[in-house]
Ligand binder design. Structure first.
Ligand SMILES: *Cc1c(COP(=O)(O)O)cnc(C)c1O
Length: 230
């Protein structure tokens, strides 16, 4: 089933790229495997998935050694500063950076390990109280501050849009994130780039692609409903 789901999602990504006049290769599918057992991840891997997303440090660090080395792991959840040391050097990208203190902690650990860590700034475009992420207004200053830190490479922006029945309702949010990336890149800040837009989940990734997403994070659409009992 996972293979069929992956093929269906890939087909929809391709169609969305065509509608938007974008190249198919411009969008990377992240298979969000949180709560899912290793056998499911392996099935997705066999079907060609190489980018996996997890939102809990413990689950992530347990899964990493069990999967092939060419998997790119994406930490997509909220990251606590005291857990940074467990994932630096192990993940391909950290998506949820929303404070200078967290960025400083990542920088400190990266320098200690002699590595460079790719990160995205999480922006709460929808201004939902329950969500993490900085506001659109605060983002440019945080980008400038992060740019000065060693061991960190800011690559772009991430947002989590609200859960909606009609994905069209989130179009404006995705467009705002893209515009914010344009505004920040116009500042020509050294040591950062705004090439990555991580936006869109199972319910709305096609709209996100039409609005410029370069990473879409799809869980349920690939693996089915999550197993929260484990
Ligand atoms: C769980 C999760 C996803 C995937 O959600 P689905 O609706 O199952 O596709 C995407 N992004 C983040 C940050 C998540 O926590």
């Amino acid at each position: 089933m996972i293979r069929e789901n992956l093929e269906e999602v890939r087909g929809k990504i391709k169609a969305a790229c065509q509608r938007a006049g974008r190249e198919e290769g411009a969008v990377t599918l992240i298979a969000v495997s949180k709560t899912k057992p290793l056998e499911d991840l392996r099935e997705a891997y066999e079907a060609g998935a190489r980018d996996f997303g997890e939102n809990k440090v413990q689950e992530l660090t347990e899964k990493i050694p069990e999967m092939p080395k060419d998997v790119r792991w994406h930490m997509i959840g909220h990251l606590q500063r005291n857990k940074v040391k467990y994932i630096v050097g192990k993940v391909y990208m950290i998506h949820g950076v929303d404070s200078l203190r967290l960025a400083e902690e990542i920088s400190k650990e990266a320098v200690k390990q002699g590595v460079s860590v790719r990160i995205l700034m999480e922006v709460n475009v929808a201004q939902e109280e329950t969500k993490f992420g900085i506001s659109v207004a605060e983002a440019p200053l945080l980008a400038e501050q992060i740019a000065k830190l060693p061991g960190i490479s800011l690559q772009g922006l991430m947002t989590i849009a609200p859960y909606v029945d009609d994905p069209e309702e989130n179009r404006e949010i995705f467009a705002k994130l893209r515009q914010l990336a344009v505004d920040i890149s116009r500042k020509n800040i050294d040591n950062i780039c705004m090439n990555v837009l991580s936006m869109g989940m199972t319910g709305d990734y096609e709209v996100a692609i039409e609005e410029g997403a370069t990473y879409v994070r799809v869980g349920t659409g690939i693996f089915g409903e999550r197993n929260y009992q484990i």
